[in-house]
Write a protein that binds this ligand. Structure first.
Ligand code: PMP
Length: 294
């Protein structure tokens, strides 16, 4: 069955303060964000009618906008209310929530000092990010590297940073893989194209220090879950020549949740005890079956 295009669905999208019929939430072709990537967004999931870490996502959207030099004309509280209402209006219990803020059309050059800032929230059904994910996904090596912190605003969840992610993801899919491992500008392991990465060696979790990529909320949750189980977590620089020394690997993200990795290029990993335990803990936490102070 062909997927329904995202601009041709029933329902409503919250846009600039009110609910608009889904097909009518349009932007003009001369929108600054479309030409200059002046847009920031969030990807969130709701479980049992509740958005997981909703407030943290809303705060991050505001912070991403600030990094990009604009203020969202709706407060974090107003955004929280919009997301809650959009989820309720969707009638979905488990759903993906996409909040997006962008520069509008008043100016169309590199400079866009006075452009109106827009905000929208859409909610839709989205199953697993990867098919058959608990078997472990296959990653190849990306050709593109995460840029240095003085090359791009790497801590903003900003549209422009996804240019190299889509290129890397497409190349991986074309080569028969599901995703790609991206290195950073120094040649250190950074993350996948839309998720952070963890490795296991001798019962200890190792994950790259997020100094030039997003310190994902799922990454932070995973570290808290591991610590609650007395699993040691080491955040450090990890180089690709260490891949052969790890027994397990998984990636984390709001969409990907905790997804085991079976393969990175020539290296093989077994979705083992730690990956499966943390994936189950994460699922229980999101579904309100586990308590954890975050
Ligand atoms: N890195 C990138 C590039 C991402 O797109 C995401 C998904 N937002 C993440 C990491 C993980 O972030 P989070 O756990 O907050 O969803």
């Amino acid at each position: 069955m062909a997927a329904i295009p995202y601009d041709d669905r029933d329902g409503y999208i919250w846009m600039d303060g009110s609910f608009v019929p889904w097909r009518d939430t349009k932007v003009h072709v001369l929108t600054h964000a479309l030409h200059y990537a002046s847009s920031v967004f969030e990807g969130e999931r709701a479980y049992g009618g509740k958005i997981f870490r909703s407030l943290d996502h809303s705060k991050r959207l505001h912070n991403s906008a600030k990094i990009m030099g604009f203020d969202i004309p709706f407060s974090v509280e107003e955004l929280e209310k919009a997301k809650k209402e959009a989820l309720e209006k969707s009638g979905l219990d488990s759903a993906y929530v996409r909040a997006v803020a962008w520069r509008g059309s008043e100016m169309m050059g590199v400079s866009a000092q006075n452009n109106t800032i827009h905000l929208a929230v859409a909610v839709w059904h989205w199953g697993d990010y990867f098919a058959d994910k608990m078997k472990g996904i296959r990653l190849t090596h990306a050709e593109w590297r995460r840029p240095a912190p003085d090359t791009a605003p790497c801590h903003a969840k900003a549209a422009g940073l996804y240019m190299i992610c889509t290129l890397s993801k497409h190349a991986a899919e074309k080569a028969g893989y599901q995703d790609a491992l991206m290195l950073d500008y120094r040649g250190q392991i950074a993350e996948a194209t839309g998720a952070n990465i963890f490795f296991v060696r001798d019962g200890v979790l190792h994950t790259p220090t997020p100094d030039c990529f997003l310190n994902g909320l799922t990454r932070q949750t995973t570290i808290a879950l591991a610590k609650a189980r007395q699993i040691e977590v080491v955040e450090r620089a990890i180089f690709p020549d260490e891949l052969a020394t790890f027994s397990e690997c998984f990636i984390t993200g709001s969409a990907a949740e905790i997804t085991p990795v079976a393969e990175i290029g020539a290296h093989r990993f077994t979705p083992g005890h730690i990956s499966l335990t943390l994936a189950e803990d994460y699922s229980n936490l999101c579904n309100g079956k586990l308590e954890l102070a975050l």
